[in-house]
Structure formats: structure tokens, C-alpha cells
Design a protein around this ligand. Sequence first.
Ligand code: ZN
Length: 203
Amino acid sequence: MKIICVGRNYQKHAAELNNPVPEIPLIFLKPDSAILKKNKPFFLPDFSNDLQFEAELVLRISKLGKGIKKGFAHRYFDALTVGIDFTARDLQKKFSLAGEPWDLSKTFDGSAPLGEFVSKEKLRSLSDISFYLDVNGVRRQTGNSSEMIFSFGDIIAYASRFYTLKTGDLIFTGTPAGVGPVKKGDNLTAFLEGQKVLDFFVR
Ligand code: ZN
């Protein structure tokens, strides 16, 4: 399976990193070895001194598809959760400044903790899904699918022009403002529509 991720999908987050708002979705992939499930701890890697959280809505693909039309995109995922797109910000900056690919800064082992999935049917409206991330009980990020620059439909339509979507693939849909560093001992908890879906420690 593959994990498709979208960068800079919220205006305020693009602004906080001094990045322009993109005209088309900015896509990158994480390998399946990035996934952390069942609230397992995240171990700080030794190659970064600025490991940052990015809480994101995650879609679970439930059907094979290629060249999917935006209007049919909702038929291709069946559940959502909140995941963390862990980013070695220092490495990302270093690679970006050198004009080099920054994949390593976002795709390493454990860089994609995943919450428990909630069935799409249980959600009121796909265009109004609220989520938030607490670190040690303090709210650090809040987002809503209504604030996304590229909607779920836009992302699926665009990404499926390049990649065949397969059952079990995941899409990380971008992070709202408020990203920040983690340190040993931090407890990250994420909520989808007020329901806790993720709860793990940094070790
Ligand atoms: Zn991200």
C-alpha cells in the first residue's frame, strides 16, 4: 500500500512556514514502514533536532481507481481518522535550501502515526469535519475540512491522474496552522469530531 500526502493545504499553515499557497496540490508519498498504529510510542530519531508534529485528516481508500472524477471521489474512501505527518523540519529546510528532494525529512520509520478510523457514514458532512491535536493536554492545532485549499475531491481527482488508488491506500490531506516540535515524554492526543482517535507518547 502507499500513503499519499498533501503539503500546504491550509492558508495559515503555508503562511506560518513562509511558503506560497500552491496552485495545484503538492503531493509526496510515504512508505508503509512510516505507519505507527495502535497508539504505539514514537521514538525520536537521531538525525533531527527539530522533529515537528503536523496533525492531518486521513482518508482510507476503499476502491481501486484511476483518473477519478472529482464528483465521484467520495465513492473511493470509506473512513477517516487523524494522523500525524511527523517532519524533521531541520532536514526539510536544509534539503529545500539546497534544491534537493526532502523526502527523507518526512518519510522515515514511524513518521505516520495513525488514529482509529471512523466510518464515513458516521460523519455529518465531509465538508465540515473538525479535528484537533492536544500535546500534553494543551490544544496545539485545530482544523476543519472546510478550511482546506484542496478538497478531498480535488486531491483524489488530482492524485489519481498519476497513481492508481488501491484499497487500503491512505491519503494525508495536509495540516492546519500551529505545527511545532515534540520532545521526549510528550503525549499527543488527536480528536475527530470531538472523539479521541489517537493517543500516544514520544520516547
Ligand atoms: Zn503534512
